[in-house]
Design a protein around this ligand. Structure first.
Ligand SMILES: *[C@@H]1O[C@H](CO)[C@@H](O)[C@H](O)[C@H]1NC(C)=O
Ligand SMILES: *[C@@H]1O[C@H](CO)[C@@H](O)[C@H](O)[C@H]1NC(C)=O
Ligand SMILES: *[C@@H]1O[C@H](CO)[C@@H](O)[C@H](O)[C@H]1NC(C)=O
Ligand SMILES: *[C@@H]1O[C@H](CO)[C@@H](O)[C@H](O)[C@H]1NC(C)=O
Length: 411
């Protein structure tokens, strides 16, 4: 008995040391930036409709259709953002890490638009590493635009510094209503083909400057986290397996502009709502946006109106939304894709008449997502919601207990 315990303890020590070393080596190569969460974020029917309209403006950029757009009044939907530095000495900005666009922009110090006045601004004359470019820069949204000039400077985040990153210094924000946004600017993480002015995106420069071990980044988003300061993590250089369950299901990017992939089918209960639709993974959107015909079908299932509102009593019997990717089911329970406000429910699924789905945080908050730039593929796995158990997983204990039992049987 004593011998068994001794052996088991030696074995345990060996295993833990091996695992510790392996884990540390793998994780030392990863760089992390914690993603903050809007302090008063609460998904409501009002901000769902407001966000749908915003997403419509964002994607109008690449569509020939002219949709009616209305100005927004609620920006609580901008959920996740992180802290970056630009220049020497560092000037700090909160930016939204957005896989649905490819440019970095922040307000410039000589911008007098209302949206610039209540945000951090970049003063080029206070940075010794600023390099002039001067090319006009503008991104057009449905109701307006941000415009200014291109500049280059050092950009730092997650302990890494990209030298000479070209970005937009915004001097005019017209009609865009970024006024109430928690973040100052946007750091696009889409593919270069989507970038305005052909500017090389930040992550591509991180890779070419040899700052990350491999051309991969990943997002772990807490959909309903309780802490503002730890809304999730953006991990640069790879993935952290302790943040997800099982293996990643990979699927190829079908068009390297957005992070666009193919779904097998999407269903709610036994109703198949789409087959072989394309979808994009967009960290800059919080909802799921469906193509119009698919949305109409979903709305009909719930008897919902055009804003996704319907009468409801309980969500407990409402089936999961199931997205099948590369033959693997990704399930989203009703409480994550429907919000209940008293006797009313609102779908966190909306439509802007695009021909592809936009998988925002309603999806990404459930599934850890690896954006593999080098192999142009995406990997998804259910988030490890019990990640506080990190390091003391049950199997590690079993690995020690089992040999002890075997030892006893054999002696
Ligand atoms: C960003 O990080 C810097 C350096 O740690 C810090 O001084 C600054 O307060 C941070 N900004 C915000 C808005 O958290
Ligand atoms: C930028 O910084 C310079 C040097 O400190 C200062 O003189 C100037 O007023 C600043 N510009 C703006 C628009 O704040
Ligand atoms: C802001 O400063 C930039 C760089 O000096 C200059 O090109 C631009 O014309 C200025 N814009 C405004 C609105 O003052
Ligand atoms: C999110 O948090 C709120 C408050 O803690 C809770 O009432 C709600 O059920 C949570 N929603 C989900 C989807 O877990």
């Amino acid at each position: 008995m004593a011998r068994c315990q001794l052996k088991a303890m030696a074995l345990l020590a060996g295993i833990l040391i091996c695992m510790g070393v392996a884990t540390q080596a793998a994780q030392a190569a990863l760089h992390r930036i914690s993603v903050q969460r809007a302090p008063n974020f609460k998904r409501t029917h009002k901000n769902i409709v407001a966000e749908r309209d915003f997403v419509q403006q964002k994607y109008r950029l690449n569509t020939a259709n002219g949709y009616p757009v209305e100005p927004l009044s609620n920006y609580d939907n901008f959920q996740y953002y992180g802290n970056i530095s630009i220049g020497t000495p560092a000037q700090y900005f909160l930016v939204q890490f957005d896989t649905g666009s490819s440019n970095l922009w922040v307000p410039a110090s000589n911008c007098s638009s209302t949206a610039c006045l209540d945000h951090q601004t970049y003063n080029l004359s206070q940075s010794s590493t600023f390099a002039a470019n001067g090319t006009p820069f503008s991104i057009t949204y449905g109701t307006g635009s941000v415009s200014g000039f291109l500049a280059a400077d050092n950009v730092g985040f997650a302990g890494l510094t990209v030298q000479g990153q070209t970005f937009g210094a915004v001097t005019t924000e017209q009609g865009t209503n970024f006024v109430d946004a928690y973040f100052d600017g946007i750091l696009g993480m889409g593919f270069p083909a989507l970038a305005a002015d052909g500017v090389t995106p930040t992550f591509q420069n991180l890779v070419s400057q040899g700052l990350v071990q491999s051309p991969v980044f990943s997002f772990f988003l807490r959909d309903n986290g309780s802490t503002v300061n730890y809304g999730g993590e953006l991990i640069l250089g790879g993935s952290d397996p302790s943040l997800y369950v099982g293996g990643l299901t990979y699927t190829n990017v079908i068009q390297a502009e957005y992070w666009k992939f193919q779904t097998d089918y999407i269903k709610i209960g036994s109703t198949i709502v789409s087959t072989y639709d394309a979808a994009i993974a967009d960290t800059g959107t919080s909802l799921i946006i469906a193509p119009l015909a698919e949305y109409t079908l979903i709305a009909a299932l719930f008897n919902a109106n055009s804003d996704g509102l319907f009468q409801c009593t309980s969500l407990s019997s409402v089936p999961d939304l199931v997205i099948v990717i590369n033959a693997v089911e990704f399930r989203i329970p009703a409480k994550y894709y429907i919000i209940q406000e008293g006797d009313y429910c609102a779908l966190s699924i909306q439509s802007i008449n695009q021909d592809f789905w936009i998988m925002g945080d309603v999806f990404l908050g459930r599934f850890y997502t690896e954006f593999d730039v080098g192999n142009q593929r995406l990997g998804f796995a259910p988030v490890n919601s019990a990640d506080s158990l990190r390091g003391t997983a049950l199997w590690k204990i079993l690995v020690v207990v089992l040999p002890c039992g075997m030892w006893k049987l054999m002696n």
